[in-house]
Ligand binder design. Structure first.
Ligand code: SF4
Length: 160
């Protein structure tokens, strides 16, 4: 399956817990003021790549703790994002996903991706709530959500 990406950081230490392959997906409609990755906004920007190539690179790296789907907006390419997340889970890697949606606003077809996500960093970046002390997120409205527990208990449970 083809996926449009802005780039890949094969070993990131800042896009979630541990050593992670961070996949920056191309395309976002929010245009948050102060967004750190404005080059990822254009829906036709970046480059197309086969998900199989990304999966092969992930499989080859024994140092990884997980992968991170970020962007851009991963939920705009939900099928490709799900394929990457499923593959990572099959390799016993954990999956983090950043999104501009809040958990409550996620599109109806989000479930297939969410089933394969451990931590969802939700909500758009809000410059007036920016806080450099925060871990793995830019503004105070954003949450690190434990997706499995949240789905089980039907209420937001934060990752810790
Ligand atoms: S949702 Fe994320 S990628 Fe999109 S504009 Fe906001 S901060 Fe940037």
């Amino acid at each position: 399956m083809q996926i449009r990406i802005a780039g890949i950081v094969p070993e990131s230490f800042v896009d979630g817990d541990g050593i992670r392959c961070a996949i920056f997906m191309q395309g976002c409609l929010r245009h948050c003021e102060g967004c750190h990755n404005p080059d990822t906004h254009a829906l036709d920007g970046g480059r197309l790549i086969d998900t199989a190539d990304i999966i092969a690179a992930i499989k080859k790296n024994p140092l990884l703790d997980g992968i991170t789907l970020t962007g851009g907006e991963p939920f705009l390419q939900i099928d490709a994002a799900t394929e990457l997340a499923r593959a990572a889970k099959n390799f016993a890697l954990n999956v983090w996903c950043y999104t501009g949606y809040t958990f409550e606003e996620l599109p109806d077809d989000a479930a297939t991706l969410l089933e394969n996500v451990d931590v969802l960093v939700d909500g758009a970046f809000i410059e007036s709530l920016r806080d450099l002390e925060l871990q793995f997120r830019g503004s105070r409205n954003q949450r690190l959500i434990d997706v499995k527990k949240t789905r089980e208990l039907n209420k937001i449970v934060l990752w810790s």
